[in-house]
Write a protein that binds this ligand. Structure first.
Ligand code: MRU
Length: 345
């Protein structure tokens, strides 16, 4: 793995296949520095995924597809597949892509590297088209929403293209005045570091809040909608997303604020009957115990660090996928969305 610092400029390109290596933005260093890593072995890709140098469900699938190209080139396809599968357990995009790519490699053993590269590029294009369609459907659903809360990062950095939930917010801001309320997303601060960075590059006004402020702010009545992304959607509609999402969904329901999930079809797992069937990634306690700028909890303090949570389906007002919008018929907040969209048109 080699590194090279670069000045941030132009569109955000978090992943790029470049002359036989995978170029990624090291998302751990943003927004302070836009440093690129050049990954030339599948082991490097798996390590970058585990360390969250690259992250976000759709982007994990894309990274895994390119990782397998590197593994096949090195004659270590099975080992690479095992490493990638183990790198992070919650987003279904990762194992799904690995399984699909292994099938492709096994049916084209003589030209596996080329076939896998074609597949990685196809997946990247498909995810980009999915983002475009989600942004179109989501912006129509949320037309008229002016102050929108979001969790974690669901933009270019999580998808490789214009994003899902964040893409919808950026689109709405192109159509009228919008302020994004960004939950900081402890402990790794994807909201504070990545989402506010993306929004500033788009010129969209944003206000950063600590996660603990979300319920109080939803109570004020000043938030028109919450829109979040997804790492895995179970067959019954339970939503698995970044830790903190469930609390925001509960508070949104308590205060009548529409809660919308933007989900690529690649993150839907029909084999999981409910959220209970999905493994939640537990990460290292250190991420929680290191507080700010070198300040840590007392040595010996224990910590629990689940990276995702389950939001039960009944708390989700609507799901936006590239195929359209599914509204919850018995959720009164759906009427609020419809009324706002009518007023906006
Ligand atoms: O741990 P992360 O940063 O990979 O978590 C990402 C999220 O929770 C996103 O909401 C999700 O992957 C959707 S990205 C479009």
């Amino acid at each position: 793995m080699t590194t090279a610092a670069r000045i941030a400029d132009g569109p955000i390109v978090p992943i790029r296949w470049d002359d036989g290596t995978l170029d990624i933005i090291d998302q751990r260093l943003l927004p302070g520095e836009e440093r690129h890593l050049r990954l030339s072995r599948c082991e490097d890709v798996a390590a970058a995924i585990g360390a969250l140098a690259i992250r976000g469900a759709p982007l994990l699938g894309i990274a895994a597809a390119y990782g397998l190209v590197l593994a096949a080139r090195d004659g270590r396809l099975e080992q690479g597949a095992a490493l990638l599968r183990a790198a992070r357990p919650t987003a279904v995009n990762l194992p799904r892509t690995v399984d699909l790519c292994l099938d492709i490699a096994l049916t084209n053993p003589a030209a596996a590297v080329e076939a896998l590269l074609n597949q990685a590029q196809r997946l990247e294009s498909a995810e980009a088209r999915a983002c475009d369609a989600i942004v179109r459907h989501g912006a129509a659903l949320l037309a008229g929403a002016r102050t929108i809360m979001t969790v974690c990062n669901t933009g270019a950095l999580g998808t490789g293209h214009r994003g899902t939930a964040l893409g919808i917010i950026v689109q709405l801001a192109d159509e009228g005045p919008v302020t994004a309320i960004c939950c900081e997303t402890r402990p790794l601060l994807q909201g504070a570091r990545l989402t506010t960075w993306e929004l500033s590059r788009h010129g969209v006004p944003a206000q950063l809040i600590v996660d603990g402020a979300a319920a109080a702010i939803l109570r004020t009545g000043d938030i028109d909608a919450v829109v979040v992304g997804c790492d895995r959607l179970a067959a019954n509609g339970d939503l698995i997303n970044k830790i903190g999402t469930y609390g925001v969904a509960l508070a949104a329901a308590a205060h009548g604020v529409p809660f919308v999930a933007a989900v690529t079809m690649s993150s839907i797992d029909r084999s999981a009957l409910s959220g209970d069937d999905i493994r939640i990634e537990m990460r290292a306690p250190d991420e929680v115990l290191n507080l700010v700028d070198g300040v840590a909890a007392l040595p010996g303090v224990a910590a629990l660090n689940p990276a995702f949570d389950v939001t039960p389906a009944h708390l989700v007002s609507a799901i936006v996928t590239e195929q359209g919008v599914i509204r919850r018929a018995d959720d009164p907040r759906v009427r609020r969305l419809r009324a706002a969209a009518r007023n906006a048109s």
